[in-house]
Design a protein around this ligand. Structure first.
Ligand code: IFM
Length: 441
């Protein structure tokens, strides 16, 4: 008999998306321009020269998409709201049609018994705010808090789970250091100011949301990569430890320990942001949950990072498939921080799946990837880690940022020319997992 891993009865099985990656309708019904509109419209920025102008056309097809969520039996749906849909220039004038869209979406989710899990910022800053300095300016933090309060006032009677930021590290580093994401800057000094302002904005927004509705569950979503050593040799272990301290603690420490990590100070020297009185307490206020996005690990030996592991499997993103690293990661953060309940807010894999002659999408590698990560999560829960839910990335194939439409992460295939949706084998299988509330090896 293959062992079955049973999950707690109220475990929140879900799937995730983000506004810019699926909505399309980039300039419809009064929506303003975001930094991702501007970035993807700039030649040479996106691998396949595509944009999110239409994406999955979810803005018009959300009813069909909720019907597919029902078919999957999702208990929860994680999505983001586009700031420029509701506040076209980031502050001031509200666009009622934008608010109405999310209002209808949330109503329909509730009617389908699907818990809405809302993210306020999944990377699409209003261009008007970028023009005033973007996240390098503290004014943006206050504008974000006002936007958060506005959304809670409108939707907080139905939406319980509110995430301030998705992956602040990616916003700071990919957008302001590597320049591969909007706004496409390459400025090391600015990067750490941005990182600090994202955390300040998180703190201000958390306060503003709670003031608007004390019953909201407020959290933040961090992407974490486990840092593994290639052997138990002390030099390899020390290298992995140092890499973790350098790259993964920049947000965890201020949020859950109330101070920046020493490694960050050593690393950035004079680029360290100006921390005002009260900032650290604001950032470290108690949260109702933390979301963890997990995809892969980094491997180290004493000489540094190992790019390729002989015999290992890689996804289309070039990320190693290593499910046990998720259990190790969960145990590590559980040990090292005093965390609120955890949700796995993203996990999934990009593979080049095709439609077969039978009209189906057979994606055994994605199915195996998910199965093994579910099992490792269950094992971590048995180890004592408090994981309350799991969101597969992604509900459907979508615009993968600088990679455009070249990477498919979905449980549902999207044919971009026709917008036809097809549930993949992994989606059929996931529906079974949710129905039985268990995973079998
Ligand atoms: O598509 C992204 C998502 O927007 C944020 N987390 C990682 C995913 C895959 O790269």
């Amino acid at each position: 008999m293959t062992p079955a891993y049973k999950f707690p009865h109220n475990f929140l099985w879900g799937a995730a998306t983000a506004a810019y990656q699926i909505e399309g309708a980039w300039n419809e019904d009064g929506k303003g321009e975001s930094i991702w509109d501007r970035f993807s419209h700039t030649p040479g920025k996106i691998e396949d020269d595509s944009t999110g102008d239409i994406a999955c056309d979810h803005y018009h097809r959300w009813r069909e998409d909720i019907a597919l969520m029902r078919r999957l039996g999702l208990k929860a749906y994680r999505f983001s709201t586009a700031w420029t849909r509701v506040l076209p220039t980031g502050r001031g004038r509200v666009n009622p049609k934008g608010l109405d869209f999310y209002d209808r979406l949330v109503d329909a989710l509730c009617a389908a018994n699907i818990e809405p899990f809302l993210t306020l910022y999944h990377w699409d800053l209003p261009q008007a705010l970028q023009d005033e300095g973007g996240w390098a300016s503290r004014h943006t933090c206050h504008a974000f808090a006002d936007y958060a309060a506005l959304m809670v006032k409108r939707l907080g009677d139905r939406v319980k789970f509110w995430t301030t930021f998705n992956e602040p590290g990616v916003v700071a580093f990919d957008g302001h250091l590597a320049g591969e994401h909007a706004p496409g800057l390459q400025d090391a000094a600015l990067t750490y100011h941005v990182a600090h302002h994202l955390l300040v904005a998180h703190g201000l927004a958390t306060q503003a949301m709670r003031a608007a509705n004390p019953s909201v569950n407020a959290g933040i979503v961090l992407n974490l990569w486990m840092a593994d050593a290639v052997s138990e040799d002390s030099a390899d272990v020390a290298a992995a430890h140092a890499a973790w301290e350098r790259s993964e603690t920049l947000f965890l420490d201020p949020l859950f320990k109330g101070h920046y990590p020493n490694a960050a100070y050593e690393l950035v020297g004079e680029s360290m942001p100006k921390i005002q009185d009260g900032d650290l307490a604001l950032i470290a206020q108690e949260l109702d949950y933390v979301g963890i996005n997990f995809y892969s690990r980094n491997l180290y030996n004493a000489q540094g990072h190992i790019d390729h592991v002989e015999g290992a499997e890689y996804t289309e993103m070039g990320w190693e498939v290593c499910a046990p690293a998720l259990r190790r990661l969960l145990n590590k953060i559980h040990r090292e921080y005093r965390l609120p309940p955890i949700y796995i807010t993203e996990n999934g894999a990009a593979f080049n799946d095709e439609v077969s002659a039978d009209g189906k999408v057979h994606d055994p590698r994605r199915l195996d990837y998910l199965k093994n990560h579910f099992i490792q999560t269950r094992l971590a829960m048995q180890d004592g880690v408090d994981v309350r839910g799991y969101f597969v990335w992604s509900l459907m194939d979508n615009f993968e940022w600088a990679h455009g439409y070249t990477k498919r992460f979905g449980l549902i295939r999207v044919e971009y020319e026709t917008q036809k949706r097809t549930l993949k084998d992994s989606g059929e299988w996931y529906a079974e997992v949710i129905r039985k509330n268990e995973v079998s090896e």
